[in-house]
Design a protein around this ligand. Structure first.
Ligand code: 5RP
Length: 229
C-alpha cells in the first residue's frame, strides 16, 4: 500500500481558501484581505461571484484581483458594516490573536477587519504558534518617526529593521514605511497592541488582538480544522 503524499503548503492554502466560501451568504458585501492565501480565496470566489454583491478590499493587489473576476469593489467609506472579513495571517495563537502585515497591508487590513462582524482567518498550519513574535512584527510608521520607534522597540528587547524593496524603503499603499521587529515574545497581545498604538508616529502595529479572528480555518495534513475563538 502506498502512503499518500502530504499536501504542499500551496495545496493547504487552496483548501482553506475554498473552505471560507461556507461563511458567505448570497447578497453579502464581503471584506477581503491580502496575501497568497487570500489569492486562493479570491480564486474560489470566482465560482460564486454572482452571489457577491460587492467587496471591500485591503490592498490595491486584492482590488485588482477581485475586479479581474468581475466582483465590484467598494471604498470602505461606502459601507457601514460587513458580515465577514476573510484574511490570512503570519502567525495565530490559541486565542485567535494574530501577527499580520507580511504583505505590508496591515493598516487597511485592520480598518476593513474593524468593519466586519466576523474575522475568518485562513491559514496553513505553519502559522499556528503558542506565543506571537517568532515572525518579525510589521509596524507601519510615519517615516520621520522610524528611528525613535526603533529605539523604543530596542528598549523592549526587539530589533527593528526598515523593510526595503529593490534597495529602497518599501512604501505602503498609504505612502508610509514598515519596520519589521524581531526578538519579541508577545505574551499579552491586547496590552502590547494598545501600548504600541500610543507611540507617536506608529500608524498601525501588526498585532491583531483587538481585531482578532473569530474563526480560523487551519489547513493541516489531516484536512481543514475549524478553530472557533
Ligand atoms: C498581508 C498579511 C497576510 O495576511 C499575511 O502576510 C499572510 O500572507 P500569506 O497568506 O501570503 O502567507 O497580513 O499584509
Amino acid at each position: 500500500m502506498t502512503t499518500p503524499t502530504p499536501l504542499t503548503q500551496d495545496e493547504l492554502k487552496t483548501l482553506v481558501g475554498q473552505a471560507a466560501l461556507q461563511y458567505i451568504t448570497p447578497g453579502d458585501i464581503i471584506g477581503v484581505g491580502t496575501g497568497s492565501t487570500v489569492n486562493k480565496f479570491i480564486d474560489a470566489l470566482a465560482s460564486i461571484k454572482d452571489q457577491i454583491r460587492a467587496a471591500v478590499s485591503s490592498s490595491v493587489a486584492s482590488t485588482e484581483r477581485l475586479q479581474a473576476i468581475g466582483i465590484p469593489v467598494l471604498d470602505a467609506n461606502e459601507v457601514e458594516s460587513l458580515a465577514v472579513y476573510v484574511d490570512g495571517a503570519d502567525e495565530i495563537d490559541g486565542h485567535g490573536h494574530m501577527i499580520k502585515g507580511g504583505g505590508a497591508a496591515l493598516t487597511r487590513e485592520k480598518i476593513v477587519a474593524s468593519l466586519a462582524q466576523r474575522f475568518i482567518c485562513i491559514a496553513d498550519e505553519s502559522k499556528r504558534v503558542e506565543v506571537l513574535g517568532q515572525f518579525p512584527l510589521p509596524v507601519e510608521v510615519i517615516p520621520m518617526a522610524a528611528k525613535q520607534i526603533a529605539r523604543r522597540f530596542a528598549a523592549l528587547g526587539g530589533q527593528a529593521v526598515l523593510r526595503c524593496k529593490s534597495g529602497q524603503p518599501l512604501v505602503t499603499d498609504n505612502g508610509q514605511h514598515i519596520l519589521d521587529v524581531t526578538g519579541l515574545a508577545i505574551a499579552d497581545p491586547l496590552t502590547f497592541e494598545s501600548e504600541v498604538n500610543q507611540w507617536p508616529g506608529v500608524v498601525t502595529v501588526g498585532v491583531f488582538a483587538h481585531q482578532k479572528a473569530s474563526v480560523c480555518l487551519l489547513g493541516t495534513t489531516q484536512g481543514v480544522q475549524t478553530l472557533v475563538y
